[in-house]
Design a protein around this ligand. Structure first.
Ligand code: MN
Length: 407
């Protein structure tokens, strides 16, 4: 029996999927359990999945896409067989545990998904109101379309990397307020965005929209998502076509994909939408997930501070509505696409999901215990995001998503 801490994100109720390697070896599919990972490829070789119609080679791939593409009827069986195995001390497969069981400290976790297309929504009303108040019209912060459709832009998949990836401060065009023209240089307004991303688990056909009530069949699971942003570059470039180089230099996801089945106990009814959306966006049983989200800011001087406590449910639009809207014109989705929520801000101070909002565009610096302050992220600083739900002693979490800006 593997002992795991009761406050582990990776309880028996979770069993998230990821990609790992050890000692520079081949990448395999793995699951997380407590502080450990279990290698699904070796488990399949040892016969754990013999009662499932599955080719074990699907676990010897560098990404989860092929496994996820088998569909929930197969992936759910794999997950439940692993849960049963973890509770079955008498299973002879345990005798070979040195082949498939490793401490997380000993392994490297990789980007779990080969991301085809990535879309970033803008679905938290508080975030949209805060941004609209700062940059447009405080008396009318939401644009007229905001409550009628889940606003989004198409992002860039090539620069999405896994937690632990560190990165250089991006360069770009910046237009200072007191200057007539732009200058070129490093961003001075490097920011994070606290988001969750849905991993698409089922392909849809071109010109065949997904109905809002079928949409959740297309979601395999979720990861934490940090949509790193350069606010000064973004502000100058965005008109009229939207985010570009202020966004696509880097985004990051947590290494373990938590399934919709694991998250099912944390479903809560979605907020009433007023005005009601058009019929194709009206859901029978719309829900969000009650998952607490936090952001810690760690300065290069070594000070750490909790700067955001939000919740996955702080969203106006549901993932089902996002999917229905995304495909209503005939646009198709593929296994491995990523649909990010947009910055998840709550409606009170302390729950804002970006520094833009927390420091109100740099006007209210964050004070650290050693007397240092920050308005945006400096070189050498780290941002860590975490998320978990807990109910009746059952804890399901995402682990941590950490990135450091190189000095
Ligand atoms: Mn974003």
């Amino acid at each position: 029996m593997i002992e795991i801490s009761p406050d582990s994100d990776f309880s028996i109720h979770n069993i998230p999927f990821g990609i790992y390697s050890i000692d520079g070896g081949k990448k395999h599919v793995a699951i997380a359990y407590g502080d450990y990972i279990l290698d699904c490829y070796i488990l399949s070789k040892l016969g754990l999945f013999d009662s499932i119609d599955i080719d074990g080679e699907v676990f010897a791939k560098p990404f989860l896409n092929d496994f996820i593409g088998l569909g929930k009827s197969v992936t759910n069986r794999v997950r439940s067989d692993i849960q049963a195995f973890l509770l079955d001390d008498d299973n002879v497969i345990w005798e070979a545990q040195n082949q498939f069981l490793f401490h997380q400290n000993k392994v490297t976790l990789h980007l779990p998904i080969q991301i085809g297309d990535y879309t970033d929504f803008y679905s938290s009303e508080s975030h949209a109101r805060n941004v609209g108040t700062m940059f447009r019209d405080p008396s009318n912060p939401l644009l007229p379309n905001w409550k009628h459709l889940p606003v989004a832009y198409h992002g860039r998949a090539s620069s999405i990397f896994v937690s632990g990836t560190n990165f250089r401060r991006p360069l770009g065009q910046i237009k200072d307020l007191d200057q007539e023209g732009p200058r070129f240089g490093p961003t001075r307004k490097l920011d994070f965005e606290l988001e969750m991303a849905a991993v698409i688990g089922k392909k849809s056909e071109w010109q065949e929209p997904i109905s809002v009530d079928d949409a959740m069949d297309y979601v395999f699971g979720y990861v934490l998502f940090n949509d790193w942003s350069a606010r000064d570059i973004q502000q100058w470039e965005t008109a009229p076509l939207g985010p570009f180089l202020g966004k696509n230099f880097f985004s990051s996801i947590s290494p373990w994909v938590v399934t919709t089945e694991a998250l099912a106990p944390f479903q809560i009814k979605s907020k009433v939408q007023d005005p009601p959306p058009l019929p194709y966006l009206q859901e029978k049983d719309g829900f969000q997930y009650d998952v607490d989200l936090t952001v810690h800011f760690r300065t290069k001087e070594g000070q750490s501070k909790l700067i955001c406590q939000s919740n996955f449910s702080n969203l106006y639009w549901t993932v089902a509505q996002q999917i229905a809207h995304h495909t209503v014109n005939g646009c198709n989705l593929n296994v491995g696409d990523l649909l990010a929520s947009g910055t998840i801000s709550g409606d009170r101070e302390g729950s804002f999901g970006s520094l833009l909002e927390i420091t109100w565009s740099g006007n209210n610096p964050i004070l650290f215990e050693d007397g240092n302050t920050r308005t945006f992220v400096e070189d050498g600083d780290s941002i860590m995001m975490s998320g978990y739900g807990e109910q009746a002693g059952k804890r399901i979490g995402f682990g941590n998503l950490v990135n450091t800006v190189l000095e």
